[in-house]
Design a protein around this ligand. Structure first.
Ligand code: SF4
Length: 544
């Protein structure tokens, strides 16, 4: 008999609920089946916060805590080279990383001040602006979590489903509602999704994380989200949104596919809900590294996915729609720009997204002095202050500059991002944040005479999980242990060259053997940029 072409995993089923596979196929699925992860909140409030870290059930600690934005952080002083031999619990510190989801990246002055004060009071003044518009703290003690929730939730912020296999923060344009180029503001759809579906127990056990982005402009890295709605004008029906599904990075990166449909603003929440339900019911639950919706889309194709969405979940056909025009590069909003109402917005660049509680409080005060009550975080680890009158602009820019937040940063400061790295992340192999900050300073000096008129993005990751979107950077650096010239095992990076979003959407080439030690990074990048500048034809972009 001819051998079967069906992969062994397929023959045994992928754990798809809709096909009758309800029995959990791995420990994560068992944990979610045993207890809805959202239930852990009451145990944190009533037991763990009172009895301390050692009282926490390990299944909650390394699983369900994530649904409330909590991960254990890495024990200080454990370096990347030794972690392979350690059990996960040996890496645990008794402190937590806590992620606050800020849907649309939007906060008021009072909210920003509170975010800063939480960091000062409970997080040793740590705070990072993430590339998903979240604020991330470190050094959080379980004893303090209820007080933090009380403060944040009292001002309309939350950590609910900030991590875990559930719908995470919804990215929105940092300039939604104010941008001169915007035709339709999608903020009402983001607000409705959060109100109706975040914390909904029907959606709190997905096969894997689910990342969303909704923007009129192409400023939210929509190509690499699980679902994205991108603004487009329909020739007959007017402004609405083009639906993309199945993007994602990490190992097996995929650019999202268009379903070819046009969705009016008021239908965005229901269509979003339909797509999440398809993922919940048909998503693969056997292997965690093949569970994201991108694998389902890759197997089904966009046409079949659309058919199932329409027939089984929406009960109606969706309208065909055109593709949006693609900008040359994604938009980062750093600088000073006019709003549609004649006021201004100011986008500034913290170094690699690193700020502090003290800085956040100071930004809140600077914004208030400038007459603004709206601040936004961006998917490029930046901060934008909206609604600034002309006469307040110079004062605000000076205030922010004094805080180390320039509105006119160098090209390197502007285009560099870094993930959390070995300082706090248990999966990290190398250090990233501080390295990126030092690298930017070095490149500003080394390349002062070669200032490219196109930004060259530089993204550093501490491991193969692409939290800082290494694969879609002009120069992507993926942390790993490498061998130096003297034969020693040292921290270094695998280089990915020429990735991008927008017109250049695609993944950087991983050149065979192209690995650099951390110590050689400055030399290597200087060489690459000088070669690019010398050989560039006309207005050629780096990724071309
Ligand atoms: Fe941690 Fe790796 Fe993500 Fe960096 S890329 S934050 S090291 S999991």
């Amino acid at each position: 008999m001819a051998p079967s072409k069906t992969a062994p995993g397929r023959a045994r089923g992928q754990g798809q609920w809709k096909l009758g596979h309800r029995e959990p196929l791995n420990p994560n699925e068992r944990s979610k089946r045993d207890d809805n992860p959202l239930n852990v909140r009451s145990r944190i409030e009533n037991i763990y916060a009172k009895r301390g870290f050692d009282s926490i059930d390990p299944a909650d600690l390394r699983g369900r805590f994530r649904w409330w934005g909590l991960y254990t952080q890495r024990r200080p002083g454990i370096d990347g080279g030794r972690t392979a031999a350690l059990e996960p619990e040996e890496l645990d510190d008794s402190h937590f990383m806590m992620r606050v989801r800020l849907d649309g990246g939007a906060v008021s002055v009072a909210q920003l001040r509170a975010l800063g004060e939480v960091s000062q009071d409970y997080g040793r003044d740590t705070a990072d602006v993430t590339d998903r518009e979240n604020i991330q703290y470190h050094w959080i003690r379980v004893e303090d979590v209820p007080a933090i929730w009380e403060k944040l939730e009292g001002l309309g912020m939350q950590t609910t489903e900030a991590c875990g296999d559930c719908p995470r923060v919804v990215l929105g344009s940092p300039v939604a509602g104010v941008a001169a180029e915007e035709v339709l503001d999608p903020t009402p759809a983001i607000d409705e999704i959060v109100r109706r579906f975040i914390g909904d127990r029907e959606l709190s056990n997905l096969p894997r994380k689910f990342k969303s982005a909704i923007s009129w402009q192409q400023d939210v890295a929509h190509e690499v989200n699980d679902i994205a709605f991108v603004g487009v004008e329909h020739p007959e029906h007017g402004p609405g949104f083009d639906l993309w599904v199945g993007g994602g990075l990490s190992t097996n990166p995929k650019i999202a596919q268009r379903l070819g449909v046009w969705v009016p603003l008021d239908e965005v929440p229901d269509v979003w809900h339909g797509v999440v339900q398809v993922f919940r019911d048909y998503g693969y639950r056997r292997l965690r590294h093949r569970a994201r919706i991108k694998f389902l889309i890759a197997d089904w194709g966009a046409e079949k996915f659309r058919q199932i969405l329409q027939d089984e979940y929406l009960g109606r056909p969706l309208l065909d729609g055109p593709a949006p025009a693609i900008p040359e590069r994604p938009i980062d909003h750093v600088g000073v720009y006019k709003q549609k109402d004649g006021r201004n917005y100011v986008g500034v660049a913290p170094p690699s997204g690193r700020v502090s509680g003290t800085t956040l409080v100071a930004v809140a005060e600077a914004a208030e002095r400038a007459g603004s009550d709206r601040i936004r975080f961006t998917p490029y680890q930046k901060i934008v202050v909206l609604d600034v009158a002309d006469e307040k602009l110079d004062g605000l820019i000076e205030d922010l500059n004094r805080l180390g937040l320039p509105a006119r940063p160098s090209t390197w400061r502007r285009s560099t991002m870094a993930c959390t790295g070995i300082e706090f992340c248990k999966l990290a192999i190398v250090e990233t944040k501080e390295r990126a900050i030092r690298l930017v300073e070095e490149l500003e000096k080394r390349l002062a005479d070669v200032v490219p008129d196109v930004p060259i993005s530089l993204h550093l990751n501490g491991c193969p999980n692409a939290c800082a979107r290494t694969q879609v950077a002009d120069i992507g650096l993926k942390g790993q242990i490498v061998t130096d010239a003297g034969g020693n095992q040292v921290e270094g990076f695998q280089v990915h060259l020429g990735g991008g979003l927008g017109l250049d959407a695609g993944f950087g080439r991983k050149l065979r053997g192209l690995k650099v030690t951390s110590a050689e990074l400055g030399d290597y990048i200087e060489r690459v940029v000088r070669n690019f500048a010398a050989q560039r034809a006309g207005d050629e972009r780096f990724a071309q």
